[in-house]
Write a protein that binds this ligand. Structure first.
Ligand code: KG4
Ligand code: ZN
Length: 342
């Protein structure tokens, strides 16, 4: 017995659709296999506005989701009628955008007479390293760093998550995005800031590392953004010439805190494995510094593949498959759906 699971992600500005096959829907089986996935990024469309415009996002998800579904079916050599479960992102995210994915998923499920399953977006990110060729084993410490969340977790298995620490204000991705905006680097800021940082001196400016010595595993990034703004104002006309230095110093401050807190979480839990997930997990400096520190501590680090760090449908199909496999969830043939934006 095997299950073909369609996953639909539409929480923000990427429409992602994927097919995953779960060979043996019982606990302890093999890691589910990704058959195909397709993504349409709306970044270009929102760029003119300097950020995501929710209304435009919803409209574009509607345009993309069915053609992408056809594309993943064709790539995997499957038919619509072969689908056994339709999974979708239930939240958190933009309400209108979520409703598109949920509505399409439930309509498909109802038309096919197949069950549906709503997935937590962050669980998708968290389990995305299982899509890589060298998937992690439980238990592990997870550093979840996205545009909306920054959390350290202890993960003992599918659905068994304990928060060790989290941000008390801005998320790490937000710190990247807001600092980038202050420097006029556009949207999305994280990758742009990181690219510019490669030409700068990370020690050019002394920026704060909030809560670094707080003794707990919480984060705070709001003060950093203010410090970047103050520094940018102080530079005035000099800013264009020093932008790369400011970008490098900002990236170094964010990454420094993320790495040190992750190491503290490893020490606290005694774990020898860490998983990094979410969009900021694509950051080059974060990967380099964490790899170096973990090598010293003899800790294994797992990342999602680079193209699966940011939002995608594969992680939603995968999370659904793993939830079914763990026995924690049964997909339902109840098509009245809701979404959970927060
Ligand atoms: O996980 P994600 O795609 O969406 C959310 O669920 O939020 O994360 C998006 C975030 C954005 O803040 C983006 O700027 C950041 O991830 N990001 C990066 C990089 N790539 C994406 N931040 C720093 N360096 C990167 N290379
Ligand atoms: Zn995300």
């Amino acid at each position: 017995m095997s299950l073909l699971i369609l996953g639909i992600e539409s929480s923000c500005d990427e429409t992602g659709v994927a097919l995953v096959r779960l060979e043996e829907p019982s606990e302890g089986g093999a890691v589910p296999a990704l058959l195909s996935h397709a993504l349409h990024s709306q970044i270009e469309m929102h760029q003119a506005y300097g950020g995501v415009v929710p209304e435009l996002a919803s409209r574009d998800h509607i345009r993309r989701v069915l053609p992408l579904t056809e594309a993943v079916l064709a790539e995997a050599g499957e038919q619509l009628s072969d689908i056994d479960v339709v999974a979708f992102t239930r939240g958190p995210g933009l309400a209108g955008a979520l409703l598109v994915g949920a509505g399409v998923a439930c309509a498909l499920g109802a038309a096919l007479g197949k069950p549906v399953l709503g997935v937590h977006h962050l669980e998708g990110h968290l389990l995305s390293p299982f899509l890589s060729e060298d998937p992690p084993e439980f238990p592990f410490v997870a550093l979840l760093v996205s545009g909306g969340h920054t959390q350290l977790m202890r993960v003992d298995g599918v659905g068994s998550y304990a928060i060790l620490g989290e941000t008390i204000d801005d998320a790490a991705g937000e710190a990247f995005d807001k600092s980038a905006k202050l420097m006029g680097l556009g949207y999305p800021g994280g990758p742009a800031l990181s690219k510019l940082a490669q030409q700068g001196d990370p020690e050019a400016f002394k920026l704060p590392r909030p809560l670094l010595h707080s003794g707990d595993l919480d984060f705070s990034f709001a003060g950093l953004k203010t410090a970047v703004l103050t520094q940018a104002k102080k530079l005035g006309d000099e800013l264009p010439a020093r932008k790369a230095d400011l970008a490098a110093s900002t990236e170094a401050a964010i990454v420094d805190v993320l790495v040190k807190k992750t190491l503290a979480a490893l020490k606290q839990t005694g774990m020898k494995r860490v998983v990094v997930a979410g969009g900021v997990g694509a950051n080059r400096l974060l990967r380099a510094q964490l790899n170096a520190a973990c090598a010293r501590m003899k800790v294994r680090v797992h990342y999602p593949e680079l193209h699966l760090c940011t939002d995608n449908g594969a992680m939603i199909a995968m999370a659904a498959a793993m939830r079914i496999q763990s026995g924690r969830e049964q997909p339902r043939t109840e098509y009245a759906f809701d979404v959970k934006p927060r």
